[in-house]
Design a protein around this ligand. Structure first.
Ligand SMILES: CC(C)(COP(=O)(O)OP(=O)(O)OC[C@H]1O[C@@H](n2cnc3c(N)ncnc32)[C@H](O)[C@@H]1OP(=O)(O)O)[C@@H](O)C(=O)NCCC(=O)NCCS
Length: 179
């Protein structure tokens, strides 16, 4: 995601989340002022926005802080595709865990996360507003993550945002994603 994407992202976000979505200012801040933020968009062949996600990378944790598919394209497999990208990103950054919160009533998202291996850890009472609702804390751990990759990721953080781990050589480079 770049600043050029923000108008389309804010529009999609508003349609996906309604009143509880992020503002334009929020996205601009994430892109231009937050060294821990990593945001991606998924676009079609005509460069039309289909989905996006935003994460915060803090040492060995990746927090999925926003994630939405255009309502006109929900149920077409894009959410699963993009969540796979989030998981791969976390592995390539050498993260030990991905965490996220989801509204208790959001059964589509909870079901997606569970189907990809996330587990429900705890309830955070009244975490959300507009409307007030509990949040479910979910996580996915990578206990066997590679220590040297973690060390290299830490060394490069906060600038090493686009890391790729070649499983055979344990080599890091900057060409994520590659398919
Ligand atoms: C949640 C969301 C990202 C799912 O994306 P999607 O593209 O519609 O999901 P997919 O078509 O890839 O479906 C993947 C899985 O999600 C689950 N799912 C999707 N829609 C569902 C629904 N309406 N009811 C129950 N489960 C559903 C299923 O487990 C599905 O499993 P499958 O891969 O075996 O079919 C999308 O609905 C969305 O953007 N919602 C609004 C914003 C939001 O809630 N974001 C998450 C905040 S935590």
């Amino acid at each position: 995601m770049t600043l050029d994407d923000v108008d389309a992202v804010v529009d999609l976000d508003g349609r996906a989340f309604g009143e509880s979505g992020w503002s334009r200012r929020h996205f601009v801040g994430e892109l231009s002022e937050s060294p821990i933020s990593i945001l991606y968009v998924l676009v079609d062949q005509r460069a039309q926005l289909i989905a996006y996600f935003g994460t915060w990378h803090v040492v060995d944790q990746l927090h999925l802080c926003t994630f939405a598919v255009d309502p006109d394209h929900q149920g077409e497999g894009f959410g699963g595709l993009l969540l796979g990208c989030v998981i791969r990103l976390a592995q390539r950054l050498g993260c030990a865990v991905i965490q996220l919160e989801v509204r208790e009533s959001n059964h589509a998202a909870r079901s997606l996360y569970q189907s990809r291996g996330f587990v429900e850890e705890a309830i955070r009472r009244n975490l959300y507003s507009k409307p007030t609702e509990n949040g479910v804390l979910m996580s996915m751990s990578f206990p066997a993550c590679n220590q040297s990759v973690q060390a290299q990721a830490r060394q490069r953080w906060p600038n090493g945002l686009n890391l790729q781990w070649d499983d055979r050589g344990g080599k890091l480079d900057e060409h994520w994603p590659n398919g």
